[in-house]
Design a protein around this ligand. Structure first.
Ligand code: TMP
Length: 214
């Protein structure tokens, strides 16, 4: 049986990662892998309800953090762990790096508390911590991301944040990459859609030996 693979996509709002999530899922499906395409916050009926709350209802930073991790816990138990146990490929639009970047770096929430919650929520029965096998970080100058977002739909609580917030979130992602560079691949999201897709496919080939059609 194939080994399960867990891939997460990260980046500030407007970095353009979502356009590539489906392409990655399709590439694995073409390689005859079972794929679970999912997102955070969300991915289960309960976590999607929590998503709606954190994106739209005002709340204090601790409530926001707890709801993110509550959604993650349900998502891990209902979707991610069973899929990995079956040997599927889990393609997930955001995971815990987003909490460290948005709530930690962006909002200034205590990183030690986030680490503690991460330990509780992502603990594996066998010991150790569930983390993605590969995290694609779509790195983009926050000013360019803001320009791309300005044409978007009505902004949610995060998209409505000022440029200074996204500069901090961007730095938060950069810090996560420094701390765990083997897990991360940095994608230059300022390139054209086609060039970004090529970078993504190259990383999948290099890191996970995925054969992609040329
Ligand atoms: P999305 O628009 O990429 O689906 O993400 C939803 C928003 O939720 C996005 O602005 C980032 C934010 N978010 C957090 O603040 N913390 C988290 O842990 C996650 C997963 C998302």
């Amino acid at each position: 049986m194939n080994r399960g693979i867990f891939i997460s996509f990260e980046g500030i709002d407007g970095a353009g990662k979502s356009s590539h999530v489906q392409a990655v899922a399709d590439a694995f499906a073409q390689a005859q892998r079972q794929v679970v395409l999912t997102r955070e916050p969300g991915g289960t009926p309960l976590a999607e309800k929590l998503r709606d709350m954190v994106l739209h209802d005002s709340m204090d930073p601790l409530s926001e953090v707890l709801l993110m991790f509550a959604a993650r816990r349900d998502h891990l138990q209902q979707v991610i762990e069973p899929a990995l146990a079956r040997g599927d490929v889990v393609v997930c639009d955001r995971f815990t790096d987003a909490t460290f970047a948005y709530q930690g770096a962006g909002r200034g929430f205590d990183l030690n508390v986030l680490r503690q919650l991460e330990l509780w929520v992502q603990a594996l029965p066998s010991g150790g911590l569930r983390q993605p096998d590969l995290t694609l970080w779509f790195s983009l100058d926050p000013a360019i991301a803001a320009e791309r977002l300005s044409n978007a739909r009505v902004p949610d609580r995060f998209e409505a944040q000022p440029a200074a917030f996204f500069a901090k979130v961007h730095q938060g992602y950069s810090d996560r990459l420094q701390a765990d560079s083997k897990r991360f691949a940095r994608i230059d999201a300022s390139a054209s859609l086609e060039q970004v897709r090529e970078q993504v496919m190259h990383v999948l080939h290099q890191r996970l030996n995925l054969q992609t059609p040329s």
